[in-house]
Design a protein around this ligand. Sequence first.
Ligand code: AGP
Length: 613
Amino acid sequence: MCGIVGYIGHQKACPILIDGLLKLEYRGYDSAGVSTIENNYISNMKDMGRVKNLYNLDGINDLEGSIGIAHTRWATHGKPSKENSHPHMDNSNTFSVVHNGIIENYQELRSFLTSNGYTFKSATDTEVIPNLVHYYFNKDVNNDNKKFLRAVHSACMDLKGSYAIEIICSEFPDCMIVARKDSPLVIGVGEKEKFISSDIPAILSFTKNFYLLNDGDIVQLHTDSIYFYDKNLTPISKDLKNIEWDASAAEKDGYEDYMLKEIYEQPRSVRETIGSTIKAGSLVNFSEINISKEYLSNINNIYIVACGTAMYAGLSAKSLIENLCKLPVCIDIASEFRYRNPIIDEKTLCIYVTQSGETADTIAALKLAKSKGAKTLAISNVIGSSITREADYTIYTHAGPEIAVASTKAFTAQVTLLSVLAIYFAEILGSASNERINTLKTEILSLPSKIEQILELSEEVKSFAHKVYTEHDIFFLGRGTDYAVSMEGSLKLKEISYIHSEAYAAGELKHGPIALIENGITVIGIITSPNLVEKTVSNIQEVITRGAKTFIITSEDIENHNYDKVIKIPKTDSMLSPILSVIPLQLFAYYISKEKGLDVDKPRNLAKSVTVE
Ligand code: AGP
């Protein structure tokens, strides 16, 4: 997820562009750049690092142009570097483009353009766009005032994936073309000037009047006019909306907190993490790694090593990896693994899950595994993070920057990616049936829409949170993958509400913990595994008979045995269910924290990334 800003009007563009980028840094901040049209040529200044570093670039303060585009990056393809920073230009420096999103077919387009004589300077998916626009611009023999628009439209028709783009052209120095599909883009309207941005915060200080673009829209902007078209290049009209947000609310897209925003981003972040790995009729594609059948066939076991939520993501995926790959999977806490002298060797594959890629214990655990001859695979949300420079292999979640300390969208993205990885391994090993694999692929592709359905139940979760937020102890129960997700739910609650909580394998209750159950205590039960429903229901009955209040999250048709609240979630494969059953648990923790008036995004004593032991 990146942030883009554009300006066309009567003022110097550069200061407005950088001001906008500073307000969008929460969307990405590993590199930044600005392009402006200066006397009919395009100046393009960019570098890795924070937005404020742009002010150190030679000549940045001399830019006089009144039309420009700018970008602050969250790397998805290509590590943070000057070459991979946006804006990107075509080979002839006629066009400059900034892009937010992921072009899933960029490799095919790159090959096509290369065969037509184009060269590439970066490792990004975005760089295909300016060259594709140039390709169509050159092919178009009509030199009328819509030639630029047609070239952009033709290029967009070739793009698969998500994009919000702003493009300027040195041969059309009085206009800008913008377009969007699956990534947000808004146009602010001032007095003979237009402001364009990924979302409202970046430009709210300049105007309160906005056009909100829909998928497929393509727009030609001038200082004092604007022309809207649909995906067929048919002219359309749009209503100008007045937005009365304050700047702080707008930074969170109107959500009260980053955590709530990130909970609601999960349909997109899961969809973008799946990306182009799963396509109907094809094997799973992880272009960034190439693990051989010979290597995998000689593996005796797999370790998944991580901390906190990332470790629970590994625990949530354990069953699926074992079930598909017929390999034992050991889940370990990184701070334990690194001091336990684990029995691993070249026949062990060690997977390290880490949102930040900077967690000291996880990095140290990876180095230990390498010293023992094991191959290491890192799963991170930050391209170019420290762990990715140590691991033998790296694959990425595409959750976008996660600002709230409590991890939500990173967890579902991690479990999703681990699930896809399990299929990838099984296809290489031939260790699962095509029927099982195809059923799982279909289920994984349906997860984003199922998450959207669950988010519609938030008010029900909120009402139960209101009943129990004063409690001092809350228990979570589950079996199988429901046990794994109950531990993540318990961690969420502890982190942001400061309520003591414990998660138990439901079958463990009678071995001691049930002594803690007394009248009025709250127990949350997760029930999504069809073959374990009866067992877990009977465990829940044991706590009800001892006076507990119960909050049940289930995908099954269970009879309502006087539960206090039941949240019915969509069915999926029980080995994928943590990706869905965690959503109500995230909302539950969030609403309890809000009821207690706590700082949801920055809980006491916690840091977003634990870079020390
Ligand atoms: C999760 O809500 C916490 N913020 C914490 O447990 C976190 O998951 C853990 O510190 C691991 O961080 P990482 O994924 O960046 O390695």
